[in-house]
Design a protein around this ligand. Structure first.
Ligand code: AGP
Length: 613
C-alpha cells in the first residue's frame, strides 16, 4: 500500500531515507514526505507525485542534516492526492510527526473527540487523527513519554497500521508499531533502519526483526525495547535477511517488469530445484509433509486470492480437479470472507499471494481457519503475514518481484500449485508413469519459456499493429480461460487499454456484440482437448470483422488461415500450457505500455501489495 522508512542513529539520515523510499516506491507513489529532527526542532517537507519531486523540494529548501527521521510514499485511501494529505502528519503542540501504512477505521469518531478538545485538522486523512491523538496523550510531566503515548493511542484505535513516530522533545527516539501492515526493524551498529520491507534495509544491514501485531518498538541509537500496546515486554527474533541487493537492481533491463518476465526460466528452475524426484516419481514439498495425511484425505480445496494470484488459483482449481480428483474452487478472497462460507470436514483452504500481505486474502484465511479448515499458503515473500498465519505452505522461490504488474510470481504460483497437485495426486489416484511424465515436462518448461522469449521482437511488432485500439478481447478455454483473464488484466493495468477476458464459448452469449472491424481478439489456441471448439470461436470473431491474434502450438500451420497474427509456443501437455501461453501475453502488455509511454513499473492508481480491504 504505502511505503515507510525511518532511521535513528549517529549519521545525517536524509540520503538514506530517500534511497530507501525510492526502493519502496512500487508500494504507492502518489505523494511523498519526510520529517527529521535537527537543531532542536521538527523539519518537514512534502511533495505530490514521485519521490524525485520530494528530492527537488529538499534541494530547493536546503537539505536536512538531522540523525533521526522518517519518510513515506503514499497510496491514497483517505483524502485526495494533495500536499496537505501527504505524510508525515504532525500534531499541533508537541512537534510529533507520524507516517502510517494502513487504515484507521474509527478515525471519524476520534476526530470528533479531538475537535471537541479544540484541535484543528489541516488534512482529510485518518493518519492526522493518529498524530493528534498521540500529541493529546503525550505528557512527559506525568511520565507519559513518546512510547507510552503511542501505546495509549493505539489502544483507542481500530484498523490496520504500520507507523513510525518521532518527537522534537525526544530527538534521539524513534517509536514504531504494527498491526496488520508489514514492518521490519534493521539492526545496525548504533543505528536502526525501519521499513515496510527488506528492500530499503538490505543496503545497510542484513540483521532484522519483524514487528508483530500489536507490538510497539522504542528505538534509540543505543538500542531498542519491544513491548505490546499494553506495555508487556516482548523479545523479538533477529534474523538474517534473505534478500540481496542485486536482486532488487534493474540489472541492465529498462523496467523491473521486463526483467521479471525474462527471469522466469531461472525463477522456475529455482522453484523446482530439489522438489521433483523424477526417479521415485515423487514431489518433495518439505513444508507439506506434516499434513500429507490430511491432504490425502482432503474432500475439498478452496483457493482464495485476488488479482493475478486469483487467476493462478483458478488454474490450480482445474489442476486439482483434473489430476488429483479433489473437488475444488477458486474464489475472490474478498467475497469468500463475507459470504458465510460452508467449510466441511477435511476442507483445505489455499491462500495464494505474491506479497503475502494482501488484506482480503489474509482475512479469508482467518475466516477459513476459524471454521476448521487446514490452511495452506502459496506465497513468494518469505516471512510475510500470510505465510506466518498458515498451517503450512510452499514458497515460490522466484526472488523478489518489484514490478507492480505481477509476472514471474504468476508462473511461480501456477508451478507450485502444479507441484501441490502432483503431491496430492500421487497419494490418491495418479500412477508413477503419469507423475513422472508430468515432472519431466515441468523440468523442460524453463527452456521452453526461453524459446518463447526469443520471439520478443516479433511480439513487439504485433503489438505495434494494434497499439491504437482501445478495446481488446482475450479468449481461452479450459486451463487457458484463466490465462485469458490474466492477459486482459496485464494489458489493463499497465497500458490502460480496456480489455476483457472470458471463456471463448461465453462470447456468443453477449460480448460478441462488442466486436467491430479490426477489433483485436487474442485467442489462446494451443493444441488441446478443445482446440476445434476454439477454432469455431475464432471463426465467429472473424465473421464479424474482428482481428484474431492467436497463441498457437509450434507447427500448427492451419491456424494461419484464420488468424491475422500467430504467436507460437512450443508443444506442452495442456495442464502445463498456461505457464507458457501467458508469456506472449505478458510481453504484449509490456510493449503496449512502453509504446504508449507509460511508467511500466508504477502504473497509475496501483500499488504492489494491497494491505487494506
Ligand atoms: C497483478 O499484476 C496485480 N499487482 C494485482 O492484481 C495482484 O495480483 C493482487 O493485488 C494480489 O496480490 P498478491 O499476489 O500480493 O496477494
Amino acid at each position: 500500500m504505502c511505503g515507510i522508512v525511518a532511521y535513528v542513529g549517529l549519521k545525517p539520515c536524509q540520503t538514506l531515507l530517500m534511497e530507501g523510499l525510492k526502493r519502496l516506491e512500487y508500494r504507492g507513489y502518489d505523494s511523498a514526505g519526510i520529517a527529521v529532527i535537527q537543531d532542536g526542532g521538527l523539519h518537514v517537507a512534502k511533495a505530490v507525485g514521485r519521490v524525485a519531486n520530494l528530492e527537488d523540494r529538499l534541494e530547493s529548501i536546503g537539505n536536512f542534516h538531522g540523525t533521526t527521521g522518517l519518510c513515506h510514499t503514499r497510496w491514497a485511501t483517505h483524502g485526495g492526492v494533495t500536499e496537505i494529505n501527504a505524510h508525515p502528519h504532525t500534531d499541533d503542540k508537541n512537534g510529533i510527526a507520524v507516517v502510517h501504512n494502513g487504515i484507521i477505521e474509527n478515525y471519524a469518531a476520534l476526530k470528533t473527540y479531538l475537535e471537541e478538545k479544540g484541535h484543528v485538522f489541516k488534512s482529510q486523512t485518518d493518519t492526522e487523527v493518529l498524530a493528534m491523538l498521540i500529541g493529546e496523550l503525550y505528557s512527559p510531566a506525568e511520565g507519559i513519554d513518546l512510547e507510552a503515548a503511542v501505546q495509549a493511542a493505539l489502544r483507542e484505535v481500530t484498523g490496520a497500521y504500520a507507523i513510525a513516530v518521532i518527537c522534537e522533545k525526544e530527538p534521539d527516539t524513534l517509536v514504531v508499531a504494527r498491526k496488520g501492515s508489514p514492518l521490519l526493524v534493521g539492526v545496525g551498529n548504533n543505528e536502526f533502519v525501519v521499513a515496510s520491507d527488506a528492500s530499503a534495509i538490505v543496503a545497510h544491514t542484513a540483521q532484522a526483526f519483524k514487528v508483530d501485531d500489536y507490538n510497539v518498538v522504542k528505538i534509540t541509537p543505543k538500542g531498542f525495547r519491544t513491548s505490546t500496546i499494553n506495555n508487556v515486554p516482548v523479545t523479538p527474533k533477529i534474523e538474517q535477511l534473505e534478500l540481496e541487493l542485486q536482486e532488487i537492481e534493474l540489472g541492465g533491463y529498462a523496467h523491473f517488469m521486463q526483467k521479471e518476465i525474462f527471469e522466469q526460466p531461472k525463477a522456475l528452475r529455482n522453484c523446482f530445484r530439489g522438489r521433483m524426484d523424477v526417479r521415485e516419481s515423487k514431489v518433495v514439498l518439505g513444508g507439506l509433509n506434516d499434513h500429507a495425511k490430511e491432504l490425502t484425505k482432503a474432500r475439498r480445496t478452496v483457493l482464495v486470492a485476488q488479482g493475478t494470484a486469483l487467476h493462478a488459483a483458478m488454474i490450480g482449481e482445474y489442476l486439482l480437479e483434473d489430476l488429483a480428483k479433489v473437488p475444488s474452487r477458486a474464489e475472490y478472497a474478498s467475497e469468500f470472507r463475507y459470504r458465510n462460507p460452508i467449510i466441511e470436514e477435511n476442507t483445505v483452504v489455499v491462500a495464494v499471494s505474491q506479497s503475502g500481505e494482501t488484506a482480503d486474502t489474509l482475512a479469508a484465511l482467518h475466516e477459513a481457519k476459524d471454521r476448521g479448515a487446514l490452511a495452506l499458503g502459496v506465497i513468494n515473500v518469505v516471512g510475510s503475514s500470510i505465510s506466518r498465519e498458515t498451517d503450512a505452505g510452499v514458497y515460490l522461490r522466484v526472488g523478489p518481484e518489484i514490478g507492480v504488474a505481477s509476472t514471474k510470481a504468476f508462473t511461480g504460483q501456477v508451478a507450485v500449485l502444479t507441484l501441490i497437485t502432483l503431491f496430492m495426486a500421487r497419494r490418491r489416484f495418479m500412477s508413477n508413469e503419469q507423475c513422472s511424465d508430468l515432472m519431466a515436462e515441468l523440468d523442460r518448461l524453463p527452456e521452453k519459456i526461453e524459446r518463447v522469449l526469443e520471439s520478443d521482437a516479433k511480439i513487439r511488432k504485433v503489438t505495434e499493429r494494434y497499439i491504437g485500439k482501445e478495446n481488446w478481447l482475450f479468449l481461452g478455454r479450459g486451463y487457458n480461460y484463466p490465462t485469458a483473464l490474466e492477459g486482459a488484466l496485464k494489458l489493463k493495468e499497465i497500458s490502460y487499454i480496456h480489455a476483457e477476458g472470458m471463456p471463448a464459448a461465453e462470447m456468443k452469449h453477449g460480448p460478441i456484440a462488442l466486436i467491430t472491424d479490426g477489433m483485436p481478439a487474442v485467442f489462446i489456441a494451443n493444441k488441446g482437448k478443445q482446440y476445434d471448439k476454439v477454432m469455431s470461436n475464432i471463426q465467429e470473431v472473424r465473421a464479424r470483422g474482428g482481428h484474431v491474434i492467436a497463441v498457437a502450438t509450434e507447427g500448427d500451420n492451419e491456424i494461419r488461415k484464420y488468424a491475422e497474427d500467430v504467436l507460437y509456443i512450443p508443444d506442452i501437455p495442456e495442464p502445463l500450457s498456461p505457464m507458457l501461453a501467458v508469456v506472449p501475453l505478458q510481453l504484449m502488455a509490456y510493449h503496449a505500455a512502453v509504446l504508449r509511454g507509460h511508467d511500466v513499473d508504477k502504473p497509475r492508481n496501483l500499488a504492489k501489495s494491497v494491505t487494506v480491504e
